[in-house]
Design a protein around this ligand. Structure first.
Ligand code: HEC
Ligand code: HEC
Ligand code: HEC
Ligand code: HEC
Ligand code: HEC
Ligand code: HEC
Ligand code: HEC
Ligand code: HEC
Ligand code: HEC
Ligand code: HEC
Length: 494
């Protein structure tokens, strides 16, 4: 510092008080940026305008499904007249009618207190591949504190997210049990070394009894041989009614969401035969008691006509597969005196066996009050009521979870001994995977849209009648068609 003399004057002389009047390098650049760039941008926009192209105004790229509309912004944005010019009205909200000119999208619930706009849930101009992935907030705005137009809500009223604030699924919450009437002990059938056909020990798999409709025609190990043959001959697992039809290659999941109800023919028959008389190896048909009765009478009548010598033989006990032999009531030595009587006695015996034991093994039979006095009165089989869909208020797909074994979701199945047990998984099972954002490692999608339908698709009215001409979408014709009539019909509510 020493040696330098500073006075206010010498310091003041260092400043140039006319600097703002000089045109320096930076000043030229600034002026250029202020005037030339907007001018170029203006020319650029003018260029687009001359080509009837509004793309530069877009707030982001269109979703991939809608990108085909290209520069025809008027497909969604209603055209307006401004200062005598026909323009696309970006300042107005896209109205639902625009969407409904291409889509059938029935509203949610008759009792909802208001209807959000399409665009509030399906957010455009984010370039998103999946417009259907709507944010949870769009549902929570109502389901956080559910209100209905009239009466009181039928569903849980405070749902916020799947992980923490979502109710347990209704069938597990209410404790009503399985309404099915077919007696089935899962634990017995999944036991190692269960006796299979010809008394050979087997290890059953869940899939031996449970399959999706799409897999029905593949061979059934313990089912009807006819089912087995059809599928072996055709070599196809597509449509069981039309084996020649190949499976749709791009949508193999069709018919693979839910399990079909197990049937006697596909899942039980080879181990639980319906033997009815020691003279026959064949089984009675698995059908209504009247059909079974008619069959037995017909087969016995045929037999005794071909073998008249059998009338006077002592009845033989019938060997049945499980539980050894069924002996006839010893107090009644029932030797027939005529063919008719032989048929009557054998029918009675056969039906006694079926109605009182064989059918009852799996069914509940209702006997008519006069059953004890009138042995020809037939019992009624209770409807089986095997549920095909347990959670009707959500969607589910077994196909999407094909990589997980059955019992890790149906944790109670292996130990279940009663039909009444509810075996579908609890919400805690789902939460182990569906716990957040799939972008993060160890997490899987848990947005409401994954498991629920907002639109009441059943309300879709018949086939959709499109109103756009190809020329309009391609740009040859400028205007959007009138959608007045469409809105009324597409927004139908019960
Ligand atoms: C498939 C229908 C669709 C098409 C086609 C479409 N948009 Fe949009 N656009 C929307 C929706 C939906 C919104 C959200 C507006 C709202 O809230 O109603 C929107 C919003 C906008 C906004 C913001 C407006 C505001 O109020 O924030 C601009 C700007 C815009 N669009 C420009 C364009 C341009 C430019 C094109 C043509 C390249 C275009 N859009 C094509 C559906 C569409
Ligand atoms: C010009 C006709 C047209 C208009 C207008 C239109 N869409 Fe679409 N939209 C389509 C087509 C085509 C698809 C693809 C169909 C498909 O994949 O099944 C599609 C697909 C969708 C999908 C399914 C996307 C997905 O991720 O699977 C949604 C949701 C959708 N549109 C909502 C809307 C909404 C909301 C509007 C109004 C802002 C709208 N669309 C306007 C033609 C249109
Ligand atoms: C405008 C309000 C509103 C919005 C938004 C809304 N809901 Fe609902 N939701 C209702 C009403 C009202 C009911 C029926 C209540 C009743 O009948 O007791 C209902 C019923 C349901 C049900 C049970 C009945 C059924 O049909 O399955 C589910 C599940 C459901 N909503 C899911 C959703 C999902 C997922 C979303 C978001 C995509 C959503 N909701 C958005 C009002 C709404
Ligand atoms: C090994 C178990 C088993 C035995 C034994 C059995 N069934 Fe069934 N039955 C089933 C199953 C499983 C169903 C439900 C699916 C189907 O149609 O096969 C069923 C369904 C029925 C139905 C239709 C019920 C409805 O839902 O309306 C009738 C009728 C019927 N059985 C009659 C009989 C008769 C009669 C017998 C005795 C001759 C018999 N079943 C023996 C397993 C059995
Ligand atoms: C692989 C052979 C096999 C198949 C297939 C099979 N079962 Fe069984 N089932 C058995 C055997 C063996 C027993 C006797 C088990 C025992 O008591 O140790 C049995 C016993 C039963 C019992 C009595 C269970 C108990 O609690 O003791 C019922 C009811 C029954 N089966 C129903 C069915 C029905 C319904 C089907 C078809 C959906 C079916 N079974 C398919 C082999 C089979
Ligand atoms: C990711 C968990 C999960 C796995 C793995 C799973 N299930 Fe399920 N299963 C469910 C759910 C959830 C339901 C209730 C679906 C409904 O009916 O709404 C269900 C329902 C069922 C039903 C009742 C009928 C139906 O489809 O609704 C049967 C039978 C069944 N599952 C058998 C199986 C078998 C067999 C396997 C293995 C091949 C299996 N499940 C694997 C979750 C699972
Ligand atoms: C991983 C799948 C899944 C997700 C994610 C999910 N839910 Fe559910 N939700 C279900 C199942 C399964 C049921 C039971 C349906 C039934 O009982 O028929 C259910 C039931 C419901 C019900 C009916 C409740 C009742 O009273 O029985 C409503 C309302 C509902 N969910 C709304 C929502 C909302 C809102 C979201 C997003 C915050 C959501 N869910 C996320 C699977 C899911
Ligand atoms: C012998 C055939 C058989 C086998 C093997 C079998 N099931 Fe079942 N399952 C049935 C029958 C029949 C029903 C319908 C009776 C009823 O309503 O419980 C049923 C019902 C079910 C249901 C729906 C009923 C409910 O209460 O939730 C589920 C889920 C199920 N089984 C899962 C399984 C799983 C998982 C396995 C393998 C660990 C398995 N089953 C093995 C025959 C079988
Ligand atoms: C082992 C992990 C796991 C478990 C447990 C699990 N999920 Fe999933 N789930 C997945 C994966 C992974 C997908 C595919 C995710 C996707 O498409 O983003 C999926 C997809 C789904 C889908 C969409 C199906 C489709 O067709 O795209 C639904 C609905 C669903 N899960 C419901 C459930 C329910 C309800 C439960 C409980 C019973 C459950 N999941 C249990 C891993 C699981
Ligand atoms: C409260 C939010 C919400 C509103 C409002 C809404 N959607 Fe949706 N939309 C959904 C959800 C969630 C799905 C996926 C589940 C389903 O299929 O219902 C969906 C599915 C769709 C699909 C089928 C996508 C596919 O999977 O192919 C179309 C198309 C669609 N919406 C169009 C519309 C149109 C048009 C409107 C306005 C009239 C509208 N949505 C209003 C939430 C909504």
């Amino acid at each position: 510092m020493a040696g330098r003399i500073r006075t206010a004057k010498s310091l003041g002389q260092r400043h140039d008080f006319h600097y703002f009047q000089r045109w320096g390098r930076w000043r030229f650049l600034r002026a250029f940026l202020m005037i030339a760039v907007p001018a170029i941008a203006g020319l650029w926009l003018l260029g687009f305008a001359l080509h009837h192209d509004s793309e530069p105004y877009a707030s982001g790229p269109l979703s991939t499904v809608h990108s085909f509309t290209g520069k025809r912004c008027g497909t969604c944005h209603r055209p307006v007249i401004e200062a005598g010019f026909l323009k696309v009205g970006f300042r107005q909200h896209v109205d639902d009618a625009a969407c409904l000119s291409c889509h059938q999208a029935p509203a949610h619930q008759a009792l909802q207190t208001f209807t959000p706009t399409c665009a509030s849930c399906h957010v455009e101009h984010t370039g998103s591949q999946h417009l259907r992935q709507t944010a949870d907030e769009t549902c929570v705005q109502c389901h956080g504190e559910l209100k209905v137009k009239s009466g009181s809500p039928r569903y849980q009223t405070a749902i916020y997210d799947f992980d923490k604030k979502h109710p347990e699924f209704a069938p597990l919450r209410t404790g009503f049990g399985d309404p099915g009437t077919i007696k089935l002990n899962h634990s017995v059938h999944m036991r190692a070394g269960l006796l299979g056909p010809n008394a050979q020990p087997v290890q059953m798999q869940c899939q031996d009894c449970h399959r999706t409709p799409a897999d029905q025609s593949a061979p059934w190990k313990y089912g009807e041989s006819r089912l087995l043959q059809t599928s072996l001959q055709s070599g196809s697992s597509a449509d069981p009614h039309n084996p020649a039809m190949p499976e749709e290659p791009t949508r193999p999941g069709i018919g693979r969401a839910y399990m079909a109800a197990p049937t006697y023919a596909s899942a039980c028959q080879n181990c639980h035969a319906l033997q009815f008389d020691s003279h026959f190896t064949e089984s009675a048909p698995h059908d209504k008691p009247q059909v079974v009765h008619d069959f037995i009478v017909r087969r016995l009548t045929e037999y005794i006509h071909q073998h008249p010598e059998a009338i006077h033989e002592t009845p033989r006990p019938l060997r049945v597969m499980f539980g050894g032999t069924i002996s006839r009531e010893p107090q009644t030595p029932r030797i027939a005196r005529s063919a008719d009587e032989w048929v009557r006695i054998h029918t009675e015996d056969a039906e006694n066996l079926l109605w009182r034991k064989t059918c009852q093994e799996c069914h509940t039979l209702r006997f008519s009050p006069n059953q004890t006095t009138d042995s020809s009165a037939l019992p009624e089989v209770a409807p089986s009521q095997i549920k095909a869909v347990w959670l009707p208020n959500s969607v589910f797909s077994h196909y999407a979870h094909a990589g997980v074994n059955c019992q890790s979701c149906h944790t109670k199945a292996l130990a279940s001994t009663e039909t009444q047990d509810v075996l579908i998984p609890s919400i805690t099972t789902c939460q182990q995977c569906h716990n957040g954002n799939p972008v993060k490692l160890g997490q899987s999608e848990n947005g409401c849209f994954l498991c629920h339908q907002y639109h009441n698709w059943k309300q879709s009215r018949g086939p959709f009648i499109p109103t756009h001409a190809m020329d309009q979408l391609r740009g040859a014709a400028p205007q959007r068609p009138s959608t007045e009539g469409i809105v009324a019909s597409q927004l139908f509510l019960p």
